[in-house]
Ligand binder design. Structure first.
Ligand SMILES: [Zn+2]
Length: 480
């Protein structure tokens, strides 16, 4: 659905690939008084390196120099990974975030700049043509110098006509939803809200502030990653997952094998360490080492240690102080750990096995029938992690152009998604409708979004409301 943009209204444009996919969030809000506000500026991440590169290097659909300010929902790279490119392309505006995130941003973006450098070398070698990195560390430094931290649940009057508020989203540490209070020349105020990514409220999320619903908004831009009730996890999935973790680990260690748990470096690592600690810390006879080997994850663990407060800080200290946990801090330690054949549990990134140290361990674990892999997160179709999860009947799996025997056992956990599940999304968005929301725009989803739209509309009509539900595409402009 496309609505003609208007100069006297608030226009919302969906510029990133999150308009039609589960990555690359970039949304532009144009105010009737001239302010232009960016909500998130995320990197596009796809298993095809060249396609991702092309999308991420294409020109922005706006002039960065014309943006008034940006507000960023959370630390995942598909929500903030293109901010340095804004500054490489002439931006000079403040970037607002919930203050808990501020120390984490340079860590995430530095890592992203390093990956870009490596990817540019790979592409240049592969296609025999020069591919420059999308941005450099100096662009990261410039972006970081424009960051401003804000409290939660307080309106900050950024310009005379635009107020900004961050509301906890419960997705990962520091994650928020974003509310804009936009005054028109006649003095009327419209509220435009954006969910960012919202948390999975059925399961315990250690070190994450609880999700708080937004009650009233004129336009609501909502994620619907879990657009299918069949893919959504149920409460009982967590207890089953805990049983899988315990039985697979005990059995594998008894067989003298090792267990690889590929984890996203941010938040999933903390959640998994908490889970392993909960399952095993009371068992004195459990002496197997739990290896944390990922330079990014280790930097983030340190940042968590600095930034957690009260009970969370104590719990975190207790987990990291657990005798079983071994944090790898040097490349030499990592190399000898990879070669060490003693049974162990390895938590390493990347979560989708697309890069990083997890691949070095994978090459040892995959051919060993006594070992196991436990997957606990989303695997993009085509990624190595996706192949390992879905092609168990294949005799070999190719890693770095070499075939490896596919002999270890593979187990997948269902309850570790950090996104709100189908039923809770439908309830949340229906409540917004009940409180007068005029338009709900669905983003951050695959094609299943159309079924989600239908289910949401049916629910909204049931309570007698007429809220418009828009399954956005890249040309959608919503106005109010
Ligand atoms: Zn996210």
């Amino acid at each position: 659905m496309s609505i003609i943009a208007s100069k006297q209204k608030v226009n919302v444009r969906f510029l990133g690939r999150s308009s039609t996919e589960v990555t690359g969030s970039i949304i532009l809000v144009e105010c009737p008084t001239g302010e232009k506000i960016l909500l998130d500026c995320g990197l596009y991440q796809n298993a095809n390196l060249l396609e991702s590169y092309k999308v991420n290097t294409s020109k922005f659909d706006f002039k960065p120099s014309e943006i008034t300010f940006a507000a960023i929902s959370h630390l995942n790279i598909d929500h903030l990974g293109l901010i340095p490119k804004l500054f490489a392309d002439g931006a000079d505006f403040p970037v607002y975030m919930y203050y808990h995130n501020i120390e984490f941003v340079p860590i995430m973006l530095e890592d992203s700049a390093k990956i870009m450098e490596r990817d540019s070398v790979t592409l240049t070698r592969r296609y025999k043509k020069e591919y420059l990195p999308i941005y450099s560390q100096s662009n990261v430094d410039k972006a970081v110098s424009h960051l401003l931290g804000c409290a939660k649940n307080e309106i900050i009057q950024v310009t005379p006509n635009v107020g900004l508020k961050f509301v906890p989203a419960g997705h990962i540490f520091g994650s928020t939803q974003i509310m804009l209070y936009i005054k028109s020349p006649s003095g009327h105020i419209d509220v435009v809200s954006y969910s960012g990514d919202i948390g999975n409220i059925i399961f315990e999320q250690p070190f994450v502030e609880d999700f708080e619903p937004i009650i009233k908004s004129n336009i609501f831009i909502g994620e619907c990653t879990y657009n299918d009730p069949l893919r959504s996890a149920k409460k009982e999935n967590r207890s089953k997952d805990l049983e899988i973790i315990e039985s697979v680990i005990r059995q594998t260690i008894e067989n003298k094998g090792s267990v690889l748990i590929p984890c996203f470096a941010l938040q999933r690592m903390e959640t998994m360490l908490y889970t392993l600690w909960s399952v095993f810390h009371n068992d004195e006879s459990f002496t197997t080492q739990i290896i944390v080997d990922s330079p990014l994850a280790v930097k983030l663990l340190d940042a968590f240690e600095e930034n957690l407060e009260d009970g969370d800080a104590k719990l975190f200290e207790m987990i990291l102080g657990w005798k079983n946990i071994k944090i790898i801090r040097t490349i030499e330690e990592s190399q000898s750990c990879v070669e060490d054949t003693r049974p162990k549990i390895i938590c390493s990134s990347s979560g989708m096995l697309t890069q990083g140290r997890s691949i070095l361990y994978l090459k040892k674990i995959l051919p060993n029938p006594k070992s196991a892999i436990i997957t606990c997160g989303y695997m993009a179709e085509g990624s190595l992690g996706w192949k390992i999860k879905n092609m168990s009947n294949q005799k070999t799996i190719t890693i770095d152009n070499k075939p490896y025997a596919n002999r270890c056992s593979i187990h997948s956990l269902k309850s570790f998604s950090s996104h709100m599940q189908f039923e809770q999304l439908i309830n949340y968005y229906t409540n917004l409708s009940n409180n007068g929301c005029q338009t709900i725009c669905l983003v951050h989803s695959d094609n299943g979004k159309l079924n989600f739209k239908k289910a949401l509309e049916d629910n909204i009509r049931k309570i007698g409301k007429t809220t418009k539900v828009v399954a956005v595409n890249k040309d959608t402009v919503t106005r109010i």
